[in-house]
Design a binder for this molecule. Structure first.
Ligand SMILES: C[S@@+](CC[C@H](N)C(=O)[O-])C[C@H]1O[C@@H](n2cnc3c(N)ncnc32)[C@H](O)[C@@H]1O
Length: 262
């Protein structure tokens, strides 16, 4: 907790506006993805789903895989409590939506489905896209599946099991022509697995792919992972918005690490 508070103070002191990004193309993208006025009808549907989950009284058995939730490690949890503690807030889920919509991304992957709130934003951003999302806990994944029906999306495939097994298996079965252009990593918030998943996914990432890492300031080790990702030879630009880190691979951009107010 102390780490997060100190990190937030540091972030607040150094974060700048999108105008600190000098590359005009990149600045244009940044302006769009962080434009909170930029609303879509899909956001209304996603708000309805969030409200539904926030009041869901069902109790389910949770299998905890990664670093888990800092607020509770209990095995039996109420759906509403999972929705409140694990799901990305709408302000940030909208960033995922705008990245995909702006870039017309069609091949999206998410590690950490949970109840499918972020998945919904990803899937609704482009109905022609294919979204593969991975979740370890079968009971949570079952509710995520119901939720995809509730919001009427048909482009989502939920893979159930530990990422350590399901991800390499899925990637091993991929056609050699298939690649990912949008990658959201929001599960198992530890340094070693985060870096390992990044390396695996890089093998299938297109040149213009964008990665988003959740909770880069969540712990010292997540921040260390973020620092290593920033220095990776395939990474050109990174944008830190505190709750998430956005990573561009496109070599057309001048190398730079930005800390942006959002
Ligand atoms: C923070 S939640 C995801 C929240 C979701 N992206 C959202 O914003 O709505 C992380 C999820 O990842 C899953 N998870 C963590 N580590 C995992 C692993 N090693 N294998 C499979 N699932 C894992 C957890 O079960 C949890 O549901």
């Amino acid at each position: 907790m102390i780490f997060q508070i100190l990190s937030y103070i540091k972030y607040s002191l150094i974060a700048k506006s999108v105008y600190s990004i000098k590359d005009k193309d990149l600045q244009k993208i940044a302006k769009h993805i962080f434009d909170e006025e930029c609303d879509y009808y899909a956001f209304v549907t996603m708000d309805m789903l969030r409200k539904k989950m926030w009041s869901d009284q069902r109790s389910i058995q949770v299998t905890d895989f990664g670093a888990g939730s800092k607020s509770s490690n209990a095995n039996e949890r109420m759906v509403k409590s999972i929705a409140k503690s694990a799901s990305k807030r709408s302000k940030y889920a909208k960033v995922l939506f705008r990245i995909i919509e702006k870039n017309n991304f069609k091949n999206c992957i998410e590690l950490g489905t949970s109840l499918g709130l972020s998945t919904g934003y990803i899937a609704k951003a482009n109905s022609e896209s294919k979204v593969i999302t991975f979740e370890g806990c079968p009971e949570i994944a079952k509710i995520a599946k119901e939720n995809m029906q509730f919001i009427d999306v048909k482009n989502v495939d939920i893979q159930i099991g530990n990422f350590d097994e399901t991800l390499p298996k899925y990637m091993g079965n991929m056609n050699s022509n298939n690649h990912f252009d949008f990658i959201f990593i929001d599960g198992n918030h530890r340094k070693e697995p985060t870096l390992r998943y990044f390396e695996w996914l890089l093998e299938k990432a297109t040149e213009d792919a964008i990665f988003v890492f959740d909770d880069i300031h969540w712990s010292k080790e997540m921040y260390e992972a973020w620092k290593i990702i920033q220095k990776h030879p395939r990474v050109t630009v990174t944008i830190d918005i505190f709750e998430m880190g956005i990573v561009f691979l496109n070599p057309k951009y001048e190398k730079g690490d930005f800390v942006i107010n959002y």
